[in-house]
Ligand binder design. Sequence first.
Ligand code: MF3
Ligand code: CO
Length: 249
Amino acid sequence: MAIMIKSPAEIEKMRISGKALRQVHNAIAPHVVPGASTMDLERVAVAKIAELRALPAFKGYHGYPFALCTSVNNEVVHGMPNVKRILKEGDILSIDCGVIIDGYYSDAAVTYPIGKVSPATEKLLKVTQASLEAAIQKCLVGGRLGDISAAVQDICEAQGFGVVRDFVGHGIGKAMHEDPQVPNFGSAGKGPRLKAGMVLAIEPMINAGGPEVRVLADGWTAVTVDGSYSAHFEHTVAITKDGPQVLTR
Ligand code: MF3
Ligand code: CO
């Protein structure tokens, strides 16, 4: 499948979707505190998405039952909101959400520390977020997809972290997942050329330990094989002649 090129008018629609998604994340953030359950956060998200007249992009996707993915500590991605999952000081929580407005998708994730976390965990979050920012800066017309992948891999592996291979970022637009796949590992200068009008969801998933993950018996929750903590940050980014535009900022 070819990589879809969006017109400036389509990118404006995706910007509206991305802006709404940021409002959803902003509404959730103050509720991410010790004692909250991950289902409390799902409820905040569902209410905010409805208020914004958006649709939750994840709900119903291959049967996924929630608007949010809430992944705690050693959970990498696709953790499910649960009334019994109570956040406590020292945990980390990744919140992944997508919305649809006027047929256009946006997708973004952030990992929060719950209260005070260990210095090693703080570093995991900082480095993962920095790798996303570096990857965004590689979203340049004339560059290559591998530039994005290599930026994440180089930064995270230099710190001894494990770059997850089993899940990747993706093109996004009128569907949540479009071509191309956007791996968090690869070689600069390789892969498809980046063109104005491409929109990518870039989403480093980085483990404090090894890169291996497995999926639990619930069919969704991906966890680190070695039990190490895992961080996930994601933005939806448009490539334009004026440079990268983060639609979910
Ligand atoms: N944000 C995820 C992605 O980029 C989607 C979560 S899968 C779902 O692939 F089932 F929760 F939708
Ligand atoms: Co995504």
